[in-house]
Structure formats: C-alpha cells, structure tokens
Design a protein around this ligand. Sequence first.
Ligand code: KG4
Length: 339
Amino acid sequence: MKENFTVLGIESTCDETSAAVLRGGKELLSNVVYSQIDEHKKYHGVVPELASRAHAAKIAAVIETALGDYKIDCVAFASGPGLPGGLMVGRVAAETLAAFKGVPLIGVNHLEGHLFACEFEENRVCRPLEFPLVALVVSGGNTELLYVKDYGVYKELGRTRDDAAGEAFDKVAKLLGLPYPGGPQVSKQALAGNKNAVPFPRPLLPGTWDFSFSGIKTAVSYYLRDHQNVSVPDVCASFETAVVETLVTKTIKAALKYKVKQIAVGGGVAGNTLLRQMMEEKGREAGLTVRFVERKLSSDNAAMIALAAYKKLQRAQSAGKEPEWNININPNMKVRTWR
Ligand code: KG4
C-alpha cells in the first residue's frame, strides 16, 4: 500500500452505526455516527435484534455520507467483540465495499479502537501514546484492563466477570426510573447528591485484576427495596463513587505494579466526569500521566476503527510483513498481540 494511505473504517458492534475516513493515519476527514438510542430507549438497554435491523437499515447511507468523494486505499471494520448481528452487518457492508472499490479489507478489534482513540485531538491524531502503559477500556459491553507494551503488543490483565461498568450504570438507571443510556443520567443526578449517603461495596477482588459490578447493582436494588422515600441523587452519587473508586484503585495499582508511566482510558464510560477527575488526581499523586479519549470520541465510532487499522497496517508495512487481515467476526474477541 502507498505511504500515507487512506482508510475507511466501519463500526457496528453495538448500537452505533458509524463510518469514517482517516487520511495518512492523522487527518480525520469524516466520522458519521448514527446512534440507535431512540430505538432502544423504551427497553432501557440494547435489544440485539433491533440493533441488527437498525444497522442493516442505516449502514449504506452512513457509509455513503462518510465516503463522499474521498479516494480510499483500504476498508476496515470492527470484527469483535460485539453483538453477532451487528458484526455480520458490518462485515458484509465492508466486504462488499472493498470488493467494489478493489481495495483490501481488514478486521480490527473494537477494544483496540477505544484505546487508540486516545490519540485523537480535534480531528487529528497528534499525540502518540507513551508506551509501555496500562489501559482501561470501559464501556457498555466491556471493562478491560490491559498492559500495553507497544502498538499491538498486549497482555490482558483483567476484565469484568459479569456486568461491564457502563452496563451497571444502565441497569441502575433503570431501577431508578431514569432514561437510557443510564451513565450520563446517573452522573447528572449524582451532582446534587451525597456520595457518602449509602455505603455501596467496592468489589476490589484482591489477587486478581478482574472486575465485578453486578454486586454493586444488586446492592442498589436491595437498598431501593428496603427503603422508602429514597433520595435519587444520593443513590446515584453513592453508586457512581463506588464504581469509579473501584476502577481507579485497580487501574492505578496495576500501573504501579507494571512500572508504567502512563494510563490510557477509553470507551463510553471514559466520558464520566468523576472518573476523569479521580483518575487524574490519583494518577498525579502516583506520578503517572493519564490520557483520556476526547469526550466526543468516547462512545462507539468508526474513526477509532480506521485508526486501529492504520496502526496495524503501518506496523506490518514497516516490518516488511504481510498484515493479519483477519476478517472473521468474533463476538467474544479478546485483545491479543499482533503476529
Ligand atoms: O463505548 P460505548 O458507546 O458502547 C459500548 O461499546 O458499549 O459505551 C456506552 C456506555 C453506556 O453503558 C453508557 O451508559 C455509558 O457508556 N456512559 C457513561 C457515561 N456516558 C456514557 N457511563 C457513566 N458516565 C457517563 N458520563
């Protein structure tokens, strides 16, 4: 492939249909995101069958808008982890477009996209991550702690054993009668609440880097069952603090244990203000720099998929190797080191 090649990225792993064009691994020419929130709102969560149908209905128009008249050298799509139906729609669209344009097709890991998205600033990829680092990818479907030695060189430290952090926010919002997606709603309510009002547990799971958030969610449901006239802001502030403290404590501990200087935080929950503040503060105290994804690119988007593909292709090219095209979809895909 020529130097400074242009990638069209496609994202359809959950409830956002997105396409983006990235030139030279730096310049984001377009990033179109169709969010299915309205389709899933009344169910307080993503309904997989509805998500697949909405991806199928919107993906052509989203790609057409993002592509415009840009010339592309490669098509990339998120091949996992994610909902099977959405992944299939993304792959078929990507494969058809690549065949039509006569360009190669590459599958990339959605979680790597969330990680590399931390390099974007104002539609440009301008601040490289500083390796080795510890990454926290925290979204509605995943909560993952990684040691990242370099681009494409990983060790998975831990992941959630049950609910992802964003999923716990969404479920607690539902218990409280707040709209979907729950994360921003819970956060908003928490601003007016007392974080010490209810002592929800901090599931630190000593001896492992894994997470578990279903216990906090159950503690909230028992609290609501057993108390009358609860203060919604107090419950939100206490719950948010319990989740954020758990995420921050484990991430900082892992960063110190693995002797890195930087932490990167990506994924939808990275938009949470308390998480940003607490990670920043505790990171500074521990002598670590913290890189967050920009808020507008924290939720699922195709810009991050195009960037992950660029990194993968560029690395293979500079090593004089054939890249791993890897276009099989895998709903449970793990992050693993590039060959
Ligand atoms: O990354 P994302 O768009 O989708 C997945 O790949 O899952 O993340 C969506 C998740 C939802 O669970 C949403 O409630 C959560 O991110 N979220 C937040 C905030 N903004 C979005 N959670 C906590 N605080 C927020 N401010």
